[in-house]
Design a protein around this ligand. Structure first.
Ligand code: GLN
Length: 199
């Protein structure tokens, strides 16, 4: 059984711990580099990416996170966690650092402000059982991806013909704009646990 940490600096940590346990992983919070060293994989939760980034630097886990990602540790980021996994961000705070690892450009708050949060059914490539219930809260979207990035889900734009990328995978890194941890549907967490088991 894989041991999967949840980065517990800020954000919806508890919901991910519950979802991971439901997906048959051993889940525990990770705050310090010593704790990071003890897990097989990591979830970076939703929350506020500028605060999370600042705390990661303050707690001296940004460097260790980048090292583990470079060494191939599987990581799943939701929303703010997606932003943390992006090599490039738009509309970030001036000096906002990310862990990086996915060759993508992510636009923060792209779907609008808090009161424009919404829910939508998402066709998620590789998941059986119908659309995933997507909860979007001041969510980012993926504006551009490199050739190594596999697009797993897109959302039709509200105001035009083009669609927005909301789930991606590059190697052992997985990211979604939305929050499966806030629904009772654990299929995306199960997908991630299978990724971890395949390493
Ligand atoms: N808007 C937040 C950010 O930029 C992300 C929101 C979320 O994680 N629900 O960090």
């Amino acid at each position: 059984t894989p041991v999967i940490g949840v980065l517990a600096l800020q954000g919806d940590v508890r919901e991910h711990l519950v979802a991971l346990a439901a997906a048959d992983a051993i889940a525990r919070p990770v705050r310090r580099a010593e704790e990071l060293a003890e897990v097989d994989a990591l979830v970076i939760p939703g929350g506020e990416s500028t605060t999370m980034s600042k705390l990661a630097l303050q707690f001296d886990v940004m460097g260790p996170l980048r090292e583990r990602v470079a060494a191939g540790m599987p990581v799943y980021g939701t929303c703010a966690g997606m932003i943390m996994l992006a090599d490039k961000i738009l509309d970030g705070r001036e000096d906002q650092e990310t862990v990086g690892g996915i060759d993508m450009t992510v636009r923060r708050n792209a779907f609008g402000r808090q009161n424009e949060s919404f829910e939508s059914g998402i066709d998620f490539k590789g998941l059986d059982g119908g659309p995933v219930h997507g909860v979007f809260i001041r969510a980012p979207w993926v504006e551009a991806v490199g050739t190594a990035v596999e697009v797993l889900a897109e959302l039709p734009a509200a105001d035009g013909p083009e669609s927005r990328i909301v789930a991606v995978r590059q190697g052992n890194l997985l990211a979604t704009s939305f929050h499966p941890e806030l629904t009772g549907d654990h299929r995306v967490h199960e997908y991630f646990v299978r990724m971890v088991e395949a390493v």
